[in-house]
Write a protein that binds this ligand. Structure first.
Ligand code: ZN
Length: 499
């Protein structure tokens, strides 16, 4: 038996927005007791003094891409489509070491900013490999973060996914694009099956899943195979859904119905399914997702960075749809800060309605980033709460930090004031991974030199691919901004009427 007592702290109660003094007893990584101070504990229990600390459930990132961490700050005025156009050079030519490094970098940032669990859709170009996904799992295992790792898979290129885009390109560029071939679906699924058959990690910590990337990037056969495989192995399915107006419009053109209606008609939706973004949904789409028991991963930082729009979170919650919060990858959100994601979730909800009753209150936002995200990861009964029977995934915030001087309302300050700079201690499954704000599991100095070396190598190796993407950028950008002017019955942009 191995016991840890966290004593002298204040434990956040999200529902009542209070933070009463309480002791927490952890037994072998699981919370056994949460009770007023003075509980009886085994003599050999390790003691963590939490005086002047606010104890919160570890934040849970319901959507990111670990591979993106090497290109934070990449691109400026990129839409989602311009990001996808840049995808080949952002992720190309990576060795196994680079794949491990990118995931380590993401984990280091998440842990030090109070995030204890993550759903990662990790891409390898041209296709996932067993070794690559193992390297990603190993990086998260070594960092000490809890992770669901899904290889991102597809059988169509970005240029095949958007009707008429290829025809809008100059002839020379069109030919170069048409030379790009996707890995055959059978080979991709063979790798996925081998990965799932031989998963070597403790599934309570590092869980496999599948990430068919975007509906339009997958043929119907591909989607059905991915869905069946997920059911066969009882793993999660995670996909970007209706992230941009371009995707919503292309969906109607390609399927004759919305992307969500199409997935529904394939039987794809269900409790194991998490839809990232889900911005361009109508009421019927929200109802379809809610009725199926699916989850949504809301990423307001990425959505604003890429100008994708603002998701209808209030409408989703009213429909009983589960929603978690994510950062998205650092190549499209630039950081992995769940405190910022929570703050933006609150603020973004205020741009969708003049009626303040429709805005998300801070208790709701805190619940989305903990219990909502936990359910999106398929771990709703294990993480996201400071309660007996839950994993001891905890963050201790320093109440001597300026963010907490003075304490007026713990939940309001958690969402609107805290920016991760008061993160003092981070515990995952009872293991302390951050203490005094310092990562214990990762050598950050080595991470720095490895990242600099990797970027020097990758910039050089991807020079030609990048040059092609830069030639394509203007054409893709013009085509898509033209297409985005087409009428659509869903509105999700805070567009100005002055222009
Ligand atoms: Zn994403």
């Amino acid at each position: 038996m191995s016991f840890t007592l966290i004593t002298n702290g204040r434990v956040l109660d999200i529902e009542t927005s209070t933070a009463p003094a309480a002791d927490i007893l952890i037994n072998q990584g699981t919370i056994e007791t949460v009770a007023p101070p003075g509980i009886t504990v085994p003599e050999d229990a390790r003691v963590i003094d939490a005086a002047d600390r606010l104890i919160i459930p570890g934040l849970i990132n319901s959507h990111t891409h670990g591979h993106g961490s090497l290109y934070k700050g990449g691109g400026d005025r990129w839409t989602l489509e311009l990001l996808l156009n840049a995808g080949p050079w952002l992720t190309g030519e990576r060795t196994l070491d680079h794949k491990y490094l990118a995931a380590s970098l993401a984990a280091a940032e998440m842990l030090s900013k109070g995030c204890t669990a993550v759903y990662d859709l990790y891409v390898e170009i041209p296709a996932p490999t067993v070794e690559g996904m193992r390297a990603v799992g190993q990086a998260y295992h070594d960092a000490g973060i809890r992770a669901v790792v899904a290889p991102m898979i597809a059988d169509r290129t970005f240029f095949q996914a958007i009707p008429d885009l290829v025809d809008a390109l100059p002839e020379a560029l069109r030919q170069r694009i048409q030379n790009t071939k996707m890995t055959p679906a059978a080979s991709t699924f063979d790798i996925c099956r081998r990965l799932l058959d031989n998963w070597t990690f403790d599934r309570r910590r590092i869980t496999p899943a599948l990430g068919p990337t975007i509906p339009l990037h997958c043929s119907d056969d591909f989607l059905t195979t991915a869905h069946n495989l997920a059911l066969e192995y009882d793993v999660g399915l995670h996909m970007h859904l209706a992230e941009s107006k371009i995707q919503a419009l292309s969906g109607v053109r390609h399927y004759g119905k919305s992307l969500t209606a199409h997935l529904d008609s394939l039987g794809f939706l269900g409790p194991h399914f998490t839809a990232a973004h889900a911005i361009w949904l109508d009421h019927d789409d929200i109802t379809r997702l809610a009725n199926s028991g699916a989850s949504v991963a809301h990423n307001p930082g990425s959505n604003m960075r890429l100008g994708s729009g603002i998701a209808p979170i209030r409408e989703m919650l009213d429909a009983g749809l589960n929603v978690g919060i994510g950062t998205d990858g650092a190549h499209c959100a630039d950081n992995q800060n769940m405190f910022e994601a929570m703050r933006l979730t609150s603020f973004a909800s205020r741009l969708r309605s003049h009626d303040y009753d429709n805005w998300l209150c801070t208790e709701e936002v805190a619940a989305l980033a903990t219990t909502g995200s936990a359910r999106a990861l398929g771990m709703g009964d294990k993480i996201g709460k400071v309660a007996p029977g839950f994993e001891a995934d905890l963050v201790l915030l320093d109440l001597n930090h300026l963010n907490w001087l003075p304490i007026n309302d713990p939940v309001n300050q958690l969402i609107h004031t805290e920016d991760a700079t008061a993160v003092h201690t981070v515990i995952v499954g009872g293991d302390v991974v951050v203490r005094d704000g310092q990562l214990l599991s990762i050598d950050v100095a080595k991470l720095k030199s490895d990242a600099q070396e990797a970027i020097a190598f990758l910039d050089e190796e991807n020079r030609e691919t990048r040059a092609l993407a830069e030639q394509l950028e203007r054409h893709v950008g013009k085509f898509c901004s033209g297409l985005a002017r087409s009428p659509h019955h869903v509105h999700a942009m805070a567009e100005s009427s002055l222009t």
